[in-house]
Structures are given as structure tokens and as C-alpha cells.
Design a protein around this ligand. Structure first.
Ligand code: NAP
Length: 494
């Protein structure tokens, strides 16, 4: 199979790329890196250079944090309604510009346009959700159990935050942090992934237009994340780190945060089990597996990484899933009808190839797909494997690609034990029509989220997050804003 995407950009693509600032956003000003250094942003469907953006130095990072520190007191003093207004204005602008923003995201990240639009809508929803949360920050007044004293309990912004985001959801992973930070009255320095800085830079311009005061949102793009961020984490000026990315990097950052005892939120890797019981509705289970596996080409922390299917239905399920996977159109995300774009880069694709080779060497069978097409770009065909043994590497490592590994099981007890046999615990999916079994398994399974008869759990109004090595804290829901608030108790003598 060969996939050839046009290397030359259309006029509309050039316009959208030209419209984005390529500099750092610091203290309300767009400025080049102090050394004038830049780095290249590539189109993963062709490997061609799309843009060059500022490559911040550690000194640029310090300037950004200084701007956030300077803006903190005044921003903390703004009213909840002022912060609500900013977020709602930004929400409106995201919808107004959705076509251009989606095209920009598809160009730098590769996901099909329809998915990019879906992500902008999802991203905007965090702003609307947290706009209302800004109005609901609560407190309390209580009588001490022994009488006499009264307790006044209030919440205050944590202070300047460092926000680090991954490339797989270049906009939504940003708004999921920036939304609650603004709602709570926190300033921030944001560092997007080097593969996808353009969507965050476009978001920065929208936030500025929406009325975010100078210094409240600062954006630092760079190639050497560790060199730039470690001094900020250890500076004593930032009060919180919110990170979304791999567990490996998350662990390094947790150690760095210990130095100044920073508050942390960690949205890390996953290894989601997807369990199909014998009594499940097969149509729903296949639909759910397609969503849980193929959203974002499988490049999602929530992606179904291990698909356990009851031995009596695995053949039928495998056949139906393979049919659906083989019908997907692979290509450049900007082209009509494309449902599966390229993977983010060659390293990401090579990992998928290595995991596939390992699984087949250990006895797994390819039902459909299994190849990396010729031509430019980092494409991989939607793949279904069956008979994947428990010792295959892909059962313990994130595949992060369009490969669905099926493993048979016999009993509920056995499959729950297998599902929990991982250091990760982000999300699990369970398909069954037996209510008692559904609740039993949902309670026994070790993950922060469970999709019962549904293949997507992400919702801005729900608490998203993992347990075990999948992370700390929750984003979204009514608790998402608490990650950016400190509780203060004032004891009052009467
Ligand atoms: P990553 O390599 O951990 O990178 C994530 C971010 O951290 C990027 O901005 C990266 O910058 C930065 N970074 C890397 N090393 C750093 C360091 N030493 N100090 C400070 N920052 C550093 O992860 P990724 O490959 O971009 O994203 C995929 C991972 O994210 C997967 O494991 C996925 O499961 C996870 N994820 C989790 C969630 C969730 O909500 N739980 C959501 C989405 C993704 P550079 O780009 O410059 O390297």
C-alpha cells in the first residue's frame, strides 16, 4: 500500500499557517526567543516543514514566569464574573474560528479534520464549563465542636502555575488546564509539545483577544523542555505544576517538584483494558471498540490497549471489528473522507511496528492491516490482532497507534485479574448487558474511570484522571477547579 499526500500546501493552508504567531507570548507581548533561535514544525502526513517557531531558552522561560508572578496578585483580585466573561468570550471565539483552528491542528498533528473540529468543540467546552465554575467557588462557616470558636473556610488561587501539555490533543489538553487556572484566578506559563506548538499559539491569541490581562497566560515553545522547565519548577516562584504526558516524564517532574513542594496534577499514561462479556450487545461492543481504539488514530491515553473478549464470542467480535477497521480510509487528514491520519512521527510509527512484530513472534495472528504504507508520512494501517498472549510487549506498553490486540478469556474473575495486572489505572471499558456484573466489575477494576457499554469517557463536566501510575488529581468536573485552589481556614474567637 502506498499513500501519497500532496507536499505543496493550498492557499487556504498557507493563510492559516501565516495567521499564527510564531513567537513567545510573555507579559502580553509576542516576542522572539532572546537568541532568535527557532525550531521546525513538521506535517506528519508528508514530513514537510510547516513553520518555524521560537525556541525559548531557559532565560526566556524565566521571563515568562516573572511575568506570571507579576500578574498574579491583580488577577487573583479580579471578580469571578470578570473571569467568567473572559472564558465565555474565548469559548465564543473558538467556535467562531473552528474551521481555521481545526485545519491548523490537522496540519501539525495529522488527525482528520472532523476529529480536529471535534477537539476544538471539546476544548471550548472546558472554557464554558470552568466559566461557570468560577462563579461557584465556595467556602464555609462552621461552629467548632466544642463551641466558642468559629471556622471560616475560604478558597484562594494556588498562585503562578506551570502547565505542560502533550501533542496528541494539542488544544484540549491546554484548555483543560488553562480553563480552571483562569477560573480560579491563577496565572500560568504554558509549554506545549514541540511537535504541535501552533494550536497553543493560536489559543494564546484568542485568549488575548478575549481580554486575558497581560502576563496571565504566557506561552513558551521550545525544543529542550527539560532545560527550560526544570529551573522554573525549582525556582520557588511557581506554586503548581499541571502536567499531561508520559508516566516516564511525569515521574521525573514529580521528583523536581519535591524540591519546592509544588502542588501537582499529573495526567499520565494508560493501558486501558476493554472487556467484552459473552452477553454484550455485539453491535455496541464493536462500535465501542472502534471509538476506544481509533479515536485520534489510537494516539490517546484512553485508547483501548488490551481487548479481552469472552472465548465464545471472540471469533465473531474479531470478524466484525476487522471488517469495520478495514473499511476506514487512511490518508492526509485534510482530504475528504479520510478517517485515519498519520502517526505523529517516525519514532511513534516505529514503536507500533516493533510491538506488532513482537506480538506476532509470540503467536498473535493478524486479522487485518499490519503494515506501514510506502510513501512520505508516518501512516499505519488499522490493524486487528487475535490470540495476543499475556507476555506480548503491547499488553504492558502503550501502543499509541491503530492496532487492536484481542485476547480471549473464560471467567469474570480471570479477566478482572488480567485487567488489573498493570501499573496503570486510567480508564477501563466494560461491555455487558448484565447489570449486576457491570457494577461488580466496575467496582473491582482499578482505574480512575470506567466506560460501561461506551467507548468514550471524556467529558468536560466529568472528573477525568487516573490512579496508580496513571496520575494524580482530576481535570474537569466539579473537582477540576480545586486543583488550582488552596483551602484557607480562619479560626475566629467569639
Ligand atoms: P511526553 O514525552 O511525556 O511529553 C509531554 C510534554 O512534556 C511535552 O510538552 C514535552 O515536551 C514535555 N517534556 C518532555 N520531557 C520533559 C522534561 N524533562 N521536563 C519538562 N517537560 C518535558 O509525552 P507525549 O509523547 O507528548 O504524549 C504522550 C503521552 O501523554 C502518553 O503517555 C499519553 O498516555 C499521555 N497522555 C495522558 C493524558 C491523560 O489525561 N492522562 C492525556 C493525553 C496524553 P517536548 O515536546 O519538547 O518533548
Amino acid at each position: 500500500m502506498t499513500i501519497t499526500a500532496a507536499k505543496s500546501l493550498t492557499d487556504n493552508e498557507i493563510r492559516v499557517l501565516n495567521d499564527v504567531h510564531k513567537e513567545l507570548l510573555i507579559g502580553g507581548q509576542w516576542s522572539a526567543a532572546d537568541s532568535d533561535a527557532t525550531f521546525e514544525v513538521l506535517d506528519p502526513s508528508t514530513g514537510a516543514v510547516l513553520a518555524e517557531v521560537a525556541d525559548a531558552s531557559p532565560a526566556d522561560g524565566q521571563r515568562a514566569l516573572d511575568a506570571a508572578v507579576e500578574a498574579q496578585a491583580a488577577f487573583a483580585a479580579t471578580t469571578p464574573r470578570e473571569r467568567y466573561d473572559i472564558l465565555m468570550k474565548a469559548y465564543g471565539l473558538l467556535h467562531e474560528r473552528i474551521d481555521d483552528l481545526a485545519l491548523l491542528m490537522t496540519l501539525e498533528m495529522g488527525k482528520p479534520l472532523a476529529e480536529a473540529k471535534g477537539e476544538i468543540t471539546y476544548a471550548a467546552e472546558f472554557f464554558r464549563h470552568f466559566a461557570f465554575e468560577a462563579l461557584r467557588i465556595d467556602g464555609g462557616y462552621q461552629t467548632a465542636p466544642a463551641g466558642g470558636a468559629r471556622f471560616l473556610i475560604s478558597k484562594q488561587p494556588v498562585g503562578p502555575c506551570l502547565l505542560i501539555t502533550p501533542w496528541n490533543f494539542p488544544m484540549a489538553m491546554g484548555t483543560r488546564k488553562i480553563g480552571p487556572a483562569i477560573a480560579a484566578g491563577c496565572t500560568s506559563v504554558i509549554k506545549p509539545a514541540h511537535q504541535t506548538p501552533l494550536s497553543m499559539l493560536a489559543l494564546g491569541a484568542i485568549l488575548t483577544e478575549a481580554g486575558v490581562p497581560d502576563g496571565v497566560v504566557n506561552i513558551v515553545t521550545c525544543m529542550n523542555a527539560g532545560d527550560v522547565m526544570e529551573p522554573l519548577i525549582k525556582s520557588g516562584k511557581a506554586r503548581k505544576l499541571s502536567f499531561t504526558g508520559s508516566t516516564k516524564v511525569g515521574k521525573v517532574l514529580l521528583e523536581q517538584c519535591a524540591d519546592k513542594v509544588l502542588r501537582t496534577s499529573m495526567e499520565l499514561g494508560g493501558n486501558a483494558p476493554f472487556i467484552v462479556f459473552e452477553d454484550a450487545d455485539m453491535d455496541e461492543a464493536v462500535k465501542g471498540a472502534m471509538a476506544a481504539k481509533m479515536r485520534n488514530m489510537g494516539e490517546a491515553c484512553t485508547a483501548a490497549n488490551r481487548i479481552f473478549v469472552h472465548e465464545n464470542v471472540i471469533d465473531e467480535f474479531g470478524k466484525r471489528l476487522s471488517q469495520a477497521m478495514s473499511e476506514l480510509k487512511v490518508g492526509r487528514g485534510t482530504e475528504d473522507g479520510v478517517q485515519v491520519g498519520p502517526l505523529i512521527d517516525e519514532a511513534g510509527r516505529q514503536k507500533v511496528i516493533d510491538l506488532l512484530e513482537d506480538a506476532t513472534a509470540r503467536g498473535a495472528t493478524v486479522l487485518t492491516g499490519g503494515d506501514a504504507p510506502d510513501g512520505d508520512g508516518f501512516f499505519f494501517t488499522p490493524t486487528v490482532l487475535t490470540g495476543v498472549p499475556h507476555d506480548a510487549r503491547m499488553t504492558s506498553e502503550e501502543i499509541f497507534g491503530p492496532v487492536a490486540p484481542l485476547t480471549p478469556f473464560t471467567t469474570e474473575k480471570e479477566v478482572v485479574a488480567a485487567a488489573n495486572d498493570t501499573p496503570y489505572g486510567l480508564v477501563s471499558y466494560v461491555f455487558t448487558n448484565d447489570l449486576r456484573r457491570a457494577l461488580r466489575v466496575a467496582e473491582a477494576i482499578e482505574s480512575g474511570m470506567v466506560g460501561l457499554n461506551q467507548g468514550v469517557v471524556s467529558n468536560p463536566a466529568a472528573p477525568f484522571g487516573g490512579i496508580k501510575e496513571s496520575g494524580l488529581g482530576r481535570e474537569g468536573g466539579s473537582v477540576g477547579i480545586d486543583e488550582f485552589l488552596e483551602v484557607k481556614y480562619i479560626g475566629i474567637a467569639l
